[in-house]
Every structure is written in C-alpha cells, then in structure tokens.
Design a protein around this ligand. Structure first.
Ligand SMILES: [Zn+2]
Length: 271
C-alpha cells in the first residue's frame, strides 16, 4: 500500500475568506503595486491576486465617457441574453450611439458567442448573470462558485475579457453569495426600477412603463430576450434623449468611484 501525501488545498481558500481585505484595498492588485517595483518580486501572490481581481484594465466599462455628475444619466440594463433578438437591439443601440449594460447567462453565451463578441466590441458593459439562472442562496457554496466562474469563463472565451460585475438572478442574494462574489472579484449590481417586461410582453406597455420610471441615476431592469422589449427600444431611446437623458452603462453612474467586489449596488441610488 502506498501512502499519499495530503494535497494542500487551503491556499486559495484563505484568500477567499477575505472580502473585507479586498474591500479595504478596493483592488486586489494594488497591494502588489504598492509593495514592489515589479510584480515578479511576489510572483506567487501576484498570480493569485491577478486571477482573483479580474482587473480594472480589462473592464468592460469602455462606453462610460459621460460625466454623470454634470449631465442627467440613466442606466438601462438587459438580463438573460444573449438571445434571438439581441443583435437587433445592438443595431438600435448603435444607431443611437448608446452604451448599456448586459448581464449574460452562461448557457446563452455558449449558444450565441458571436453576439456576445459583437456586444463587447461595440463597447457595451458585460456582467455575469450565472450559467443556469438559479436562485443562488438556495445552492451550496461550490455550486454558487461554479455558476459564476463558468459564466466568467465562457464570457472571456467569447469576448476576450472576464466580467467584474454580476447580477444575481431574481435579485436574490445574501451574505454568503456576496462573500463568494467578493472572492471572485465580482460586484453585485441590482436595480431600482423594473420594466416588468416579462409580465407586460407588450411593446406600448413596456415603453410607457420604462419612460414612467425615468429618473436621474436610475438603474432600469429589462430583458433583451423578449421581442417586445427590443421593439420598444427605439421610442424609449428617442424619448429619453428628448428629455435630456444620457443612457449609460451602469458603472458610469458611479462617477469614477470604484466598485468593491461582493458589495451590492445601487444602495440608495449610488449615494
Ligand atoms: Zn435574469
């Protein structure tokens, strides 16, 4: 009989216990920069930190050039895609020179990788909306981690970048989910205005609902998987523009402040 040396598994888990530590620095790579002239000095740590914090440099928030401190902004966010109608939505957004945030489901990214790529190339912000769209608090830790990392992986494969935002399906989250999100370098983004498009399923009603929600700094929940929602978009955008709104990706509302992995946004309207 051979006796095996026990495998050390604690290393990465110790880091996982540190959402508070990550929150303190805001960016896990900061420590490396601050301590040495080169990251090679602490190669082991640098590698782990690099894989934990998906990196400000690789952020999707490329379209966030609007200064929301000076102009009236509203964030439109689209969940559950990419789907059959997403390309059409991307065309509408391009015509309006508008950038938004998409929270993608991993299983859909695998079905429509070219749409995810088109989205990223157009400068839209992309977040993780899990692989199978479960109620995360009902799952064991490993399954939560799996739902999020598999989605990060397929998004990275399709677009070349890994997201640093996530939206829990149904907005259903708790401290445990937040801890795992922090471990994976993901901020949790909720909303403070819902289009209820999945219930309405009517273009005119969705248009009316979204325009009724319009308010400075509001984060509106929509779904690009419904054709009625996509059909509503030209009128929604035209009307918002007339009213002086700048439609922006959700992180533009932060006005340059950085997100903290694991934390929930917006809290009381980004104040
Ligand atoms: Zn969803």
């Amino acid at each position: 009989m051979r006796s095996w040396t026990p495998i050390v598994v604690a290393t990465t888990l110790a880091l996982a216990a540190g959402p508070a530590a990550m929150a303190a620095t805001g960016d896990a790579t900061t420590g490396t920069k601050a301590t040495g002239t080169k990251a090679t000095g602490t190669a082991a740590h640098a590698t782990v930190a690099g894989s934990t914090a998906t990196g400000a440099a690789a952020s999707f928030a490329a379209g966030a050039k609007v200064n929301c401190a000076k102009v009236k902004c509203i964030a439109l966010t689209f969940d559950d895609g990419p789907g059959r109608y997403t390309s059409k939505l991307l065309d509408v957004l391009r015509r309006h020179h508008t950038k938004v945030t998409f929270f993608l489901v991993g299983g859909q990214v695998v079905k429509y990788p070219s749409v995810a790529r088109k989205m990223a190339r157009a400068g839209h912000e992309i977040g993780d909306h899990t692989y199978d769209h479960p109620h995360l608090p009902s799952l064991p830790d490993d399954d939560i981690r799996d739902e999020l990392t598999r989605t990060q992986d397929v998004i990275e494969k399709a677009t070349g970048r890994s997201p640093d935002l996530m939206r829990p399906p149904y907005g259903d989250t708790d401290e445990r989910v937040g801890g795992i999100a922090a471990e994976l370098g993901l901020s949790q983004i909720l909303w403070n205005g819902s289009s209820r498009d999945w219930e309405l399923r009517d273009t005119a009603a969705i248009t009316k609902k979204v325009l009724g929600l319009a308010k400075r700094d509001r984060v509106v929940l929509m779904h690009d998987v419904w054709p009625e929602t996509v059909k509503a978009m030209p009128k929604i955008l035209t009307t918002l523009e007339k009213k002086g709104y700048h439609v922006v990706p959700v992180t533009a509302l932060l006005r340059g402040r950085s997100l903290t992995a694991g934390e929930l946004y917006p809290m009381g309207g980004w104040k």
